[in-house]
Design a protein around this ligand. Sequence first.
Ligand code: CUA
Length: 307
Amino acid sequence: MPERASSVAQEVDHVFAFIFWLSLFFLALILVLTVLFVVRYRARPGRTEPEPSPSQHTRLELLWSGIPLLLVMVIFAISTVAWLRMIEPDTGKDPLRVQVTGRKWSWWFDHPGGKGAAELHLVAGRPTELTLASTDVIHSLYLPDFRLKQDAVPGRFTRMAFTPVLAGTFPVLCAEYCGTDHSRMTTSAVVHPDQASFDAWAREAAAEALSLLELGKKVTAAKGCLACHSVDGTPRVGPSFKGLWGREEKLADGTSVRVDENYLRESVLKPGAKVVAGFANVMPPVPLEEREMQAFIAYLQTLGNAP
Ligand code: CUA
């Protein structure tokens, strides 16, 4: 078993150990009795008929119904107590709240103060509440070292509450089959030794977060736009990005359009809708996410306005 890295781990291990040893005890008991009875009551010369036995034994039947009932009720009770502790936040304390989003096929964690990251960042000793959501199908956030697992379900929020007790880096997995790359839907949980370390990370992460403009440059290069659109005014397969923003553009059908946010959005998502005069209708649609779209437009705005 991995180290116990959360406040609920010990209790989960106790429930697991109880069920494990109980099962092992009954497995051994049944195996031993089976072998014993097979040997003792086997057919042998002069003893071919079954042994006489009562057709009913009320006390025995009560016993073999009562004991299992009692045992499963004990399992029910101890596991319910452990489970309630996992979903009920520690009231009266100021928890670290993280919004967890599952999507095909990665996790995203929005930390307090708006810091988003692909890894989960926590503070050792600080009560933590994770709120889980999904943008597509059911995922399941699984932290083996924390002994925690919770489904992320589209259209509703689920919750986990616990306190990390060990500083370090721990694996995070998806435990619900969610499609092609389910097995790669892994990341890390980084537990900071104290709040100061977490705050330092949060500041650093905020500085590292790309500004819209930087993201725009990155997206424009990464999506292959620059193969057909120059940024220096030279027309290639498509019009140059330079000076495009705000321009009154003549279209192939004789009308004209002003290059603004909505025209750019339409031209990225549905390039054939309004083709610029003098260019062929050859561009494939480029499905950008909302923030990428905003970033792309922010970048175009810096490439010179129309005169
Ligand atoms: Cu997400 Cu499996």
